[in-house]
Design a protein around this ligand. Structure first.
Ligand code: SF4
Length: 367
């Protein structure tokens, strides 16, 4: 098989979790993955699909998953056999900081000549520190939407192009000089990416590597899928790295980039064609406005989706919208995170609704 252009590696949160005595505490109780955070970001799928669509070969390897499933899995032995043109490592969620940096160090030790690329919100936030203090990281593709910048970087790596022209890139040259090109690639919508779950299925077969593509432990027995209405958020919760001000400060994004509601409904339909697994609809439909949410409901109604839809809201959906959902969807639930029963605590956290609004929404949902 022709050498792969890019291998995207997902590290465990703590690289030596199999050797160290660690008490993780309840850090992953509300997400599907274990405390090793073996769930790779959905961005791996959109990056892989986008680059593949543009003629490059990309393989995803969920290294955390392999280490978790088999405690005798030989990481160095596995990595030593890989020879892509470049390695990409996600440092999106901060819990992966040890895993991502340790993995990059291991790759450079085994393959000193192969470039190592970082990406993700945490890598973007800490880009200067990473390139200053960690010589085994060569490139950071910054921002929240890196499909096109990564394609351009891969072109530059493969064909000896000019790194200085790649948007969103921060990089170190052969003399150790670090250059920041600036985050200029900020798409205003999300319609250019394909949330195509048939892509990882095809790649799993191509690379004969089911565990490398599995999203998280127990996914085969308890699968869950997801679609995304946007990147970014209109709200500003104080502890959130994905808030409006965080996106503004880290990614230079002034407004969320929405996926069109018709495409979002098609994403749901495409998943429902191949699996009956629950589908999470992430990003709060009402963030795009009533028109956006109602267009989604009209589109999805036609598809008669039988999968359970778990629809996320950042603000309790008003009763009349709950009734519209009930008219359009066969099987759904709603996810809201009010943080506290005490509205003062909720307000301090950055959420402005009171208990009356929350209770009216719940009343409509259980009616
Ligand atoms: S609503 Fe959710 S995504 Fe938006 S700022 Fe609050 S916690 Fe973050």
């Amino acid at each position: 098989m022709k050498p792969v252009d890019l291998i995207l590696l997902h590290p465990p949160s703590v690289y030596r979790f199999r050797e160290l005595p660690i008490f993780h505490g309840p850090i992953s109780d509300v997400i599907p993955s274990s405390s090793i955070f073996e769930n790779y970001p959905i961005g791996f799928l959109t990056l892989s699909e986008y680059l593949s669509r543009h003629g490059m070969s990309v393989r995803i390897v969920n290294l955390a998953m392999k280490m978790l499933r088999d405690f005798s899995f030989d990481v160095d032995g596995f990595l030593a056999k890989l020879h892509p043109a470049a390695f990409g490592i996600d440092l999106h969620w901060l819990p992966h900081v040890d895993g991502a940096l340790s993995l990059a160090e291991a790759i450079k030790r085994l393959h000193p000549g192969i470039p190592v690329i970082f990406g993700g919100l945490s890598a973007t936030y800490y880009r200067q520190e990473i390139l200053r203090d960690y010589p085994f990281v060569d490139f950071i593709v910054c921002g929240d939407s890196t499909e096109e910048p990564l394609r351009l970087l891969m072109e530059a790596i493969l064909f000896h192009g000019d790194y200085g022209t790649v948007p969103n890139l921060m990089w170190r040259d052969g003399e150790g000089k670090v250059t920041e090109n600036g985050i200029s690639y900020r798409p205003t919508h999300l319609d250019y990416v394909h949330f195509d779950y048939s892509h990882p299925v095809k790649m799993t077969m191509k690379y004969h590597d089911p565990s490398g593509y599995l999203p998280f432990r127990n996914w085969l027995s308890n699968p869950v899928m997801a679609v995304f209405s946007c990147r970014g958020c209109l709200h500003d919760c104080v502890s959130c790295g994905g808030s409006a001000s965080a996106f503004r400060g880290i990614c230079k994004r002034e407004r969320p980039a929405f996926r069109s509601p018709e495409l979002l409904a098609k994403d749901v339909r495409n998943i429902a064609r191949v699996t009956g697994a629950p589908i999470m609809v992430i990003g709060d439909l009402l963030q795009g406005g009533n028109g956006y949410a109602e267009t989604f409901l009209q589109a999805i109604r036609r598809y008669r989706i039988r999968n359970e839809l778990a629809i996320e809201f950042f603000h309790p959906p008003p009763p009349d919208f709950v009734r519209k959902m009930a008219d359009s969807l066969i099987n759904f639930n709603v996810e809201i995170s009010p943080e506290s029963h005490d509205p003062r605590v909720r307000k301090a956290f950055g959420k402005s609704y009171g208990n009356d609004e929350l209770e009216a929404s719940i009343d409509a949902l259980i009616a």
